[in-house]
Design a protein around this ligand. Structure first.
Ligand SMILES: Nc1nc2c(ncn2[C@@H]2O[C@H](COP(=O)(O)OP(=O)(O)OP(=O)(O)O)[C@@H](O)[C@H]2O)c(=O)[nH]1
Ligand SMILES: [K+]
Ligand SMILES: [Mg+2]
Length: 464
């Protein structure tokens, strides 16, 4: 006991000279779980580990250790301990991971013990990643990729996030940056020594040729932003049609579960009903709505108003009409559907018509679908992919995928284009190249990003 106390006291003095707290957090999911991973980062890691587990394990090698509360000497748990000395760690600081049993009381006791160590403080959301960024282990695009990877729900979200966290955008942008630096150096030389023979005109020509190529590469990359943003943040698809067209049934069929109430009563659905779906790897919000008709009461009227408003800002509409009525119209089709978003026309309840009628409907541009038998659902999912323009993924996964990227790339592209104006004085063209470099620097977080950091790191969960 006495020995433990003396270490405690020494640590407290050490901690007061530390610039930043040693942070710790439960990095795995909420207990109870089979295993819990607690992560610790900062100058106090060595001291903290020695205090609660005894001798440090060799770097990057898992070792089974008892974990004790130094205040009482009580054995809290035994678990695998990993030590990653800085700077070659996730944060760039000394890092430790404790893999312990994932029971609530075990996790609580170990967190409480860590919190009792001098200079130790619970990590805020994103704090580990923020240190990794500040220590130059990650650039801003990799940080964003990690945030997306943790949030990814669908295959395309995972692929994009994995590529970006692994440096796909970083290496592209760093490559562009090196080319810009080289171009600027050559232009500066020409500005400094305008009359010298050793900066021949052909050098300058090559510089501008490469800037032209770079400018095209940026344009091509920027053109993929829409794809990237859609694959990352998803689409909204709204079901519209007359009462009893089978909208709620189709929502349930696509969701694979019983989300919305289905009855043979027209006017069953009144509120908007949303489900988040993974449609062929893309995140989709599918919205069921009230059937469109002359409303019979205030509730239904409001339901229809909401249906139309939501439909008007959808990425895609699914317009349903019962197949038998499309083959033999009994009433004029409703004319109230919103204009604007692209729409797929669906002939619902296709199980009640014969194959000649289906052929006729396809020819007329409708897709026969049956929620009862599942017929036509796979075709519908493929058609949705085509209608949204995501059916053909771009050849690589280095894709701009958020408004921040789009804005930065636009600034970059504009500066490059301005720099290429041959009528402009060389000084001004050089200045535009400098601006292009700044735009890239903001994209990767090398410069001028303090104001954006809080926004970006807020996306993280605690322990990451
Ligand atoms: N045979 C057949 N019947 C269907 C199909 N889809 C829906 N129905 C039936 O059609 C009726 C209406 O279905 P809903 O899904 O409630 O239709 P809705 O468009 O949501 O109706 P409202 O919410 O009232 O606007 C129910 O009796 C369903 O069982 C289908 O694919 N085939
Ligand atoms: K109904
Ligand atoms: Mg319904």
């Amino acid at each position: 006991m006495g020995r433990v106390r003396s270490i405690w006291g020494a640590g407290a003095r050490e901690a007061s000279s530390m610039s930043e707290a040693t942070i710790f957090a439960l990095s795995s999911g909420a207990p109870p779980a089979g295993v819990a991973v607690i992560r610790v980062s900062g100058e106090g890691v060595r001291f903290g580990l020695e205090t609660i587990i005894g001798p440090l394990p060799p770097p990057r090698r898992a070792a089974l250790r008892p974990i004790r509360d130094p205040r009482t000497g009580e054995l809290l748990d035994a678990g695998l301990v990993l030590f990653f000395p800085g700077p070659h760690s996730f944060t760039g600081e000394d890092v430790a991971e404790l893999q312990i049993h994932g029971g609530r009381a075990v996790v609580a006791a170990v967190l409480d013990t860590l919190g009792g160590l001098p200079g130790f403080a619970p990590a805020e959301a994103g704090a580990f990643t923020r240190r990794a960024f500040e220590n130059g282990r990650l650039d801003l695009t990799e940080v964003e990729g990690l945030a997306d990877l943790v949030q990814a729900e669908t295959a395309w979200q995972r692929r994009l996030a994995r590529a970006q966290a692994g440096g796909a955008l970083r290496s592209l942008y760093d490559g562009w940056r090196s080319r810009l630096i080289r171009a600027r150096a050559l232009i500066e030389a020409e500005l400094d020594f305008p009359d010298e023979e050793d900066v021949p005109g052909s050098v300058s020509e090559r510089v501008w040729a490469d800037i032209a190529v770079l400018s095209t590469e940026v344009e091509v990359h920027l053109a993929r932003a829409e794809w990237g943003e859609r694959a990352r943040s998803g689409f909204e698809i709204v079901l519209l049609g007359p009462p009893n067209a089978g909208k709620s049934s189709l929502l349930n069929a696509l969701a694979g579960r019983d989300v919305a109430i289905v009855t043979d009563e027209p006017g069953t659905t009144r509120d908007l009903i949303e489900v988040r779906l993974d449609l062929a790897g893309y995140p989709v919000t599918l919205v069921d709505t009230a059937g469109l008709r002359q409303a019979t009461g205030r509730v239904e009227e409001e339901g229809i108003r909401r249906a139309l408003a939501r439909g008007a800002r959808a990425d895609l509409l699914l317009r349903l009409d019962p197949a038998d009525e499309m083959v033999q119209p009994r009433s004029a089709p409703d004319g109230v559907a919103p204009e604007g978003p692209p729409a797929l026309r669906i002939a619902s309840k296709a199980d009640v018509i014969d194959s000649d009628s289906k052929h006729f409907l396809r020819e007329a541009g409708s897709m026969p679908v049956s929620s009862t038998t599942g017929e036509g659902l796979d075709d519908l999912i493929r058609a949705i992919g085509r209608a949204l323009g995501v059916a053909e993924p771009p050849p690589d996964l280095a894709l701009p995928n958020r408004a921040r990227h789009r804005a930065g790339l636009l600034a970059l592209s504009e500066s490059l284009q301005a720099a290429r104006k041959s009528g402009l004085a060389l000084e001004l063209r050089a200045e535009e190249l400098r601006r292009a470099g700044d735009a890239l620097g903001r994209l990767t977080g090398r410069i001028d990003v303090e104001d954006m950091l809080d926004v970006i790191f807020r996306e993280f969960c605690i322990g990451k």
